[in-house]
Each structure stands twice: as C-alpha cells, then as structure tokens.
Design a protein around this ligand. Structure first.
Ligand SMILES: CC(C)C(=O)C(=O)O
Length: 452
C-alpha cells in the first residue's frame, strides 16, 4: 500500500499494490469447499454513508433469462412497459440490461428503444470482445456491462490466466469501450471470493485513471456471484458487504453514482446485502423481477422497492401497485409459478389460516397485516379456510366475497347462515379432508346457503 499526501486536496491518497500471485488465493480458511463456508471476523467497523440518491437497476432480461427459457419479444416489451409504469417518471428504476446477439435480442432492444422511455434506460451486456462494441453502438445504446471476473477462482481456474494477464485484457477492453464512446459498466464477477487489496482495488485504481483520461464514467458493478456476501458488522473481507462498498468508494475513489451491487440469494441474503450496499455507499442495487435469476435467484426488484420506501420514507413517485400487476402477468401470461409465501407477490403473502388470527383481522385488519396491502398493493389481507380457520375466518371470507361481488350484506359470527357454512366446513374435515377449501367451493356453498 502506498500512501501519498495530496497537498491540493489535503487528502491522504492510498494506492493499493497489485499482487501478481503464482498460486491462486482461494481463501481456504473461509471457503474450504468440502464444508460450508465460514464467517471470519476482523472486527473492522466502517461508517455508513448513504448516497444522496438511491437507484434500483434491473437484470430481468439478462441474469433473469440465464435461469429460464427466453422470453418472447412481446413478453420483453410488455415487461419493459411494466418497469416503466412502476418507475412512473421517478427515475428510481434507472436501467435494465439486454443481450444483443440474436435476431430476437436485437428486435427486443429496438422495440424497447422505440418506446422512447427515459426510465428504465436500455443498456447492454456483452462478452467483452472488441467487435461487440460495434453492435452496441449500432443499436444506439450508451452503456454496456462487461464481464471482468475478479476472483482467482475465475482468473486461474476458468480463464487459465494470471492476475496480470487478466487485468491487461480487461483494461484493453474497457479502453476500447471508452474509445467507442460507450460507458463501460465493469461487472466484477465473484468479488466476495476475490483478493480485495491485492487485485480488486489496484484494478479499480487503473479503471479510474482510464475514466479520468477519457473524461467518461467507468461504472463498477460489485457482483456477489454465489451469494456469499455478509451484512454482519465486523465480518472480514472478502465476504463483508459494508467493507467492500466502503473500500471501493473511499480507497478506489469511485463516486457512489457509479457503483452498483449485484446480489444472489444462495444464503438468503440477497435483500439485506443489497440494502447494506445502499447504506454503505453504492447508489445502485441490481435486481430482477420476482428475483428470477441463476440458481436461487437475484435480489427481487419488488423487495428493493419496499426497502427504498422504508429507507426514504416515500416511494418518491413510483407506482407501487404495479408490482401486483407484474405478478399477475408472470402467473397468467408467462406461466411462472410464484411460491405462495413469497413476500409482496405470493398468493398467500398476507393470508392467514389460523382462526385466532382471523379473529384479530375481523376486529381490526391492522392487527395481522404488515401495512394497508389493499391500498398500497391492491391486495387486501385474506383468510384461507381449513380446519383451523374457525367461525371468524368464515365471517371474513363471506364478507369479503359479498363486497367483491357488489352484494350489500355483511354478516357476523351469530348469523345462523354462517353457522351452517361452518357446519359444512367441519363436516369436510370430520370426513378426512386434509386440504384447504378453495374459493370456488366456498362460493358454491355460500351461494346455496344464502340463496343467491
Ligand atoms: C455474470 C456475472 C456478472 C453475474 O451476473 C454475477 O456475477 O452474478
């Protein structure tokens, strides 16, 4: 590490020395591979530093499509419309990224560009070959993602290179992007298994020099490729999300507005790690709709909308109810099965089966609902009727059914007709049923008993 005093800025400038190792550093004390990875603590606490603006970026069409069969051009265009409707002119849903290789990829990009939306911006994702910049340029795209894998797992085992060879190749490709007038967004693949001070920071120092020379931004996407990042204060690098983000901003001198976090959910940490990235200095968190992405998925976009509102105290103009429309579209038009317990979008995210909870809901919805999900997401809380929902559950179900059907009746627990419905439900379970009762079945029984 070189420390220089800059007399102009009165700042101590730290330059981390590049380490060109002969053997890969695989952090075996943390990642033994034949055992579950470990959390090692260095007890270093770095300060929070929330950027002035927070953004959500999207990879539904890139990482999302790497984990499922491709969307059709029409589906891409419709999903892009939904992202735009959700953004609603706020500029929070900053950009999304597209493949640009096949005829279909190009058609989708051109159709989305034709829409002329300011947000989300259309950006590309390329293989980091010089000729690919021509494709990006010919499509009129101004920013592209470029893969710059940074752990020795990738450099030594996948690319079969040394660190200096990899860095040379990456810097050449970034220079070509800048020469072509395209903003490079460098995807630091596998940063949570990389040598932060020996490779990541010295490489970032070089990238920032290129940026200064070209007078163009060079953006950094910190990719937690296997979801190994940790939000826990005092956890050592390379797993600590706060220390990675703090280091890139303070030692790499990357402006927050150029820094993005890309998370995966392998250890259930995609959301909290993305939130930590925001809180410690990255303006952008990269997400995908419904979290659809490789393996356990990416950070769900809808979750970060909720995180944004909780941090900022406002949606800043985003049209949050569009989240429910997007979920319906994925279910009905794309045939994607959303696990029912998925927060904010799953069928049962605000449903209760327990009679005791239904009783609470009947007294005051607030008792068992996270917020006014009816107002904010167009999804009022609901009860699922089974052996445990009790009479209170049945009352809520019937009253909601009447309300939704425009019937001006509200019942209570003492209504004899409700008792009859309860007897029918009980008889189902006395006769050995072990599944819940569907809305369709209940509609039929209620209509019969109420003479509708
Ligand atoms: C391919 C890379 C950039 C990625 O998506 C990841 O690291 O998760």
């Amino acid at each position: 590490m070189n420390v220089k005093f800059n007399p102009k800025t009165h700042i101590l400038e730290i330059e981390y020395q590049f380490r060109d190792v002969e053997e890969p550093n695989l952090f075996r004390n943390i990642y033994p591979y034949n055992e579950v990875p470990r959390l090692v603590f260095n007890h270093r606490i770095v300060p929070m530093n929330v950027p002035e603006r927070l953004y959500i970026t999207d990879t539904t069409f890139r990482d999302g499509q790497q984990s499922r069969s491709p969307y059709t051009v029409d589906q891409i265009c419709r999903i892009y419309d939904y992202l735009h409707e959700l953004d609603n002119g706020s500029g929070v849903i900053l950009h999304t990224e597209f493949f640009v290789y096949s005829k279909q990829d190009k058609e989708a990009v051109l159709k989305c560009l034709e829409k002329g939306y300011d947000f989300p911006k259309v950006t590309a994702w390329i293989r980091a070959k010089k000729e690919d910049f021509e494709i990006v340029k010919s499509l009129g795209i101004k920013e592209t993602g470029i893969l710059v894998s940074c752990s020795d797992y990738h450099i030594f085992k996948k690319l079969k290179m040394t660190r200096s060879q990899a860095m040379k190749q990456y810097l050449e490709i970034v220079s070509s992007a800048l020469e072509a007038g395209i903003i490079p967004r460098c995807h630091f693949e596998d940063i949570t298994r990389a040598d932060f001070y020996g490779f990541v920071l010295p490489f970032i120092n070089e990238l920032m020099k290129l940026s200064k020379e070209a007078k163009m931004p060079v953006k950094i996407r910190a990719c937690d490729t296997l979801g190994l990042g940790s939000p826990i204060p005092g956890v050592a690098l390379p797993r600590s999300v706060p220390q990675i983000i703090y280091g890139i901003v303070n030692y790499g001198e990357v402006p927050s507005e150029w820094l993005e976090w890309h998370g995966h959910n392998d250890f259930y940490k995609a959301v909290i790690n993305s939130t930590m990235a925001w809180l410690y200095g990255a303006s952008m968190v990269n997400t995908s709709l419904l979290g659809i992405g490789e393996r356990t998925g990416n950070t769900p976009l809808e979750a970060m909308v909720m995180e944004y509102i909780q941090i900022r105290g406002s949606a800043d103009g985003m049209n949050v109810a569009v989240i429910s429309e997007i979920a319906e579209y994925f279910k009905k038009e794309i045939g994607y099965e959303i696990p029912p317990m998925t927060p904010f979008v799953g069928e049962n995210f605000n449903a209760t089966r327990a009679g005791i909870h239904a009783d609470g809901l009947m007294k005051d919805e607030e008792i068992y609902n996270i917020f006014d999900t009816g107002k904010i997401l167009g999804r009022p809380p609901k009860v699922i009727i089974d052996a445990y929902s009790g009479i209170a559950g049945i009352v809520i179900w019937i009253n909601r059914y009447f309300k939704d059907s425009g019937i001006d009746i509200q019942v209570d627990k003492k209504d004899p007709r409700v008792q009859k419905v309860k007897e029918w439900v009980d008889s189902q379970y006395e006769n050995g049923r072990n599944t819940s009762i569907s809305d369709e079945e209940l509609k039929e029984v209620v209509s019969r008993i109420f003479g509708l």
